[in-house]
Design a protein around this ligand. Structure first.
Ligand code: SAM
Length: 256
């Protein structure tokens, strides 16, 4: 898959950073020495961590060169490293592993989370948030449009790129035996968007990436046009012409 486009991702920075703020508000650590922002992206979540823990060494970790470039430009004094969460484990005592909107992109992350939690000292925290939206019209329509058009064969693997999240019960069974305290909750956001095209733009920066990167420019245009028409039907304008993007997200805060 092509690299992430950090600028496109940041088009909806305020909305995308809000769950990171909500997650951080529930992290029960007053002061920290070492914090790692897993899947730091363009540094928006890292910036929040630096604000909250000004005396800590805060490190941003990501697998994407473009995201890391943006993060370094945004936070020139920040420490960033390129690594893949499939295999990365902290080598030094770490108070907080923070992961906003990343583990939905890590296949079989239920094998990764216990490994990370075990690596924390007593009282250390693993905090994560993932979109739990694979059944929402915006994602269902991505798959439906992909499976019907002339692009169907090319998009077969994109259609399988994002699994549904495991159930809350499965996360509880997995993480509770390793945690002194475990907090799991959902929040459903209703983002106000200026029209259906804005919803499409939002997902071009995230969930549409595996679909678009599998197509050439012409087919991308046709696929996006077909998808936009379906989105306009599924997300009708409100009284003022705005549309509401319903967005459920799953939050987990595990204390070792
Ligand atoms: C949706 S962005 C989240 C950015 C930021 N944390 C935020 O709060 O908005 C997801 C990030 O996870 C990174 N990522 C995806 N899979 C990864 C992996 N296996 N290892 C490390 N980073 C990964 C992507 O490169 C991307 O920057």
């Amino acid at each position: 898959m092509a690299d992430w486009d950090a600028s496109l991702y940041l088009t909806f920075e305020e909305e995308r950073t809000r769950p990171a703020r909500d997650l951080l508000a529930r992290v029960p650590i007053r002061s920290a020495e070492r914090v790692v922002d897993l899947g730091c992206g363009p540094g928006n979540s890292t910036e929040l961590l630096i604000e909250r823990y000004p005396d800590a060494e805060v490190i941003g970790l990501d697998s994407s060169p473009d995201m890391l470039r943006q993060a370094r430009a945004r936070l020139p004094r920040g420490v960033f490293m390129q690594a893949d969460l499939k295999s990365w484990t902290p080598q030094e005592p770490t108070d907080l592993l923070f992961a906003n909107a990343v583990f939905q992109w890590v296949p079989d992350h239920n094998a990764v989370l216990p490994r990370l939690l075990r690596a924390l000292p007593q009282g250390g925290v693993l905090a994560l948030q993932m979109p739990d939206n694979t059944d929402e019209p915006a994602l269902a329509l991505m798959r439906e449009v992909a499976s019907k058009g002339p692009w169907a064969a090319k998009l077969a693997s994109a259609n399988a790129a994002r699994d549904d999240l495991p159930s809350v019960g499965a996360y509880y069974d997995l993480l509770r035996p390793l945690s002194a305290n475990l907090d799991i909750w959902h929040t459903v956001y209703n983002h106000v968007m200026i029209g259906p095209e804005a919803i499409v733009e939002w997902f071009k920066g995230s969930a549409l990436r595996p679909f678009l990167s599998a197509l050439d420019a012409n087919m991308q245009r046709e696929y996006v046009a077909a998808y936009t028409a379906e989105i306009a039907r599924a997300y009708p304008g409100r009284f003022d012409g705005q549309v509401l993007l319903r967005f459920p997200r799953l939050f987990i805060v595990a204390t070792r």
